[in-house]
Design a binder for this molecule. Structure first.
Ligand code: PGA
Length: 230
C-alpha cells in the first residue's frame, strides 16, 4: 500500500474545506485501491468534511494535525484523543512547526502517540535527523507500539520552499528509521512534495508514501499527486 497524506496546517475554514472537496470531486482524480489518501484538517473542519466525503462517496480518510498530550479531565481548551476518536483515524504528531512554535518535546510527542493508540487512532510521527534517535527512543520508553504508527521523514530545510531533497538521500534516512523501528511501520517522506516529484520518492524501497503541505491546499495539485502514484 502507498500513502498520500495532506496537511492543511492552519488553513481553510469549514466553507473553504467543503469548496475544496467539491473542487477535488469535479476533477475525478484516479483513486487507486493501492493508494490510501488521508487528509489532515484543522479540528474545526473535520465533522462537516466527514459528512461531505460520504455524500460525495470520495475515498478520503480524515485525520487531525494535533492532539492533547493529556488524558480527559480538567484541561480547558484541550482536544483529547478520546474526542477525536469519533472523527478521525489518523493524527499527525511532532511536526517540526509544533516543536519550534509550541516547544513540543520528544516526550510530549510520545505521550500523544500513546494516547492516540489507546483511542485506536494511528499516530503519524514526524521526524528530522537532529532528534530522530531521541524521538524513537522516547516512544519505546513510553511503551508506544511503533508497529501501529506511521513515520514521516521531514527535513526542516525542505518544508514549504518548493525544493525537496533528493529521493536517494530521503531513502537513506527512511532506511535508518526502518532499522530503529524494527521495520514494522510505513515510512513516508515530506517536504516540498509535488506531482512532479512524488513518484520518485515512492519508487525508493524504504519510502511508502508522501506527506504534502502546500500542494494539498489546491485540489488540482493534490489530485495531480494522487494520480501520479496511481
Ligand atoms: P510542504 O509541507 O509540502 O509545504 O513542504 C510539508 C509539511 O510541512 O508537512
Amino acid at each position: 500500500m502507498k500513502y498520500v497524506i495532506g496537511n492543511w496546517k492552519s488553513n481553510q475554514n469549514i466553507s473553504q474545506s467543503l469548496i475544496w472537496l467539491d473542487g477535488l470531486s469535479a476533477l475525478h482524480p484516479k483513486f487507486s485501491p493501492e493508494v490510501t489518501v488521508i487528509l489532515c484538517l484543522p479540528f474545526t473542519d473535520i465533522a462537516s468534511f466527514n459528512h461531505k466525503i460520504s455524500d460525495l462517496n470520495l475515498p478520503i480518510i480524515s485525520g487531525s494535525q494535533n492532539v492533547s498530550h493529556l488524558a480527559p479531565g480538567k484541561h480547558t481548551g484541550e482536544i483529547t484523543a478520546n474526542m477525536l476518536s469519533e472523527l478521525v483515524n489518523y493524527c499527525i504528531v511532532g511536526h517540526s512547526e509544533r516543536r519550534q512554535e509550541f516547544s513540543e518535546t520528544s516526550e510530549i510527542v510520545a505521550q500523544k502517540a500513546r494516547l492516540l493508540l489507546e483511542s485506536s487512532i494511528t499516530p503519524i510521527i514526524c521526524l528530522d535527523t537532529p532528534y530522530l534517535d531521541e524521538q524513537i527512543k522516547a516512544l519505546f520508553t513510553c511503551d508506544v507500539d511503533v508497529s501501529r504508527c506511521f513515520f514521516v521523514y521531514e527535513p526542516i530545510s525542505a518544508i514549504g520552499i518548493g525544493k525537496p531533497i533528493d529521493s536517494v538521500s530521503a531513502n537513506h534516512i527512511a532506511n535508518q528509521i526502518a532499522f530503529l523501528t524494527d521495520n514494522a511501520a510505513p515510512i513516508l517522506y515530506g517536504g516540498s512534495v509535488s506531482s512532479d516529484n512524488a513518484a520518485s520518492f515512492v519508487r525508493e524501497n524504504c519510502i511508502d508514501g508522501v506527506l504534502v503541505g502546500t500542494d494539498s491546499l489546491e485540489p488540482t495539485l493534490f489530485a495531480g499527486i494522487i494520480t501520479s502514484l496511481s
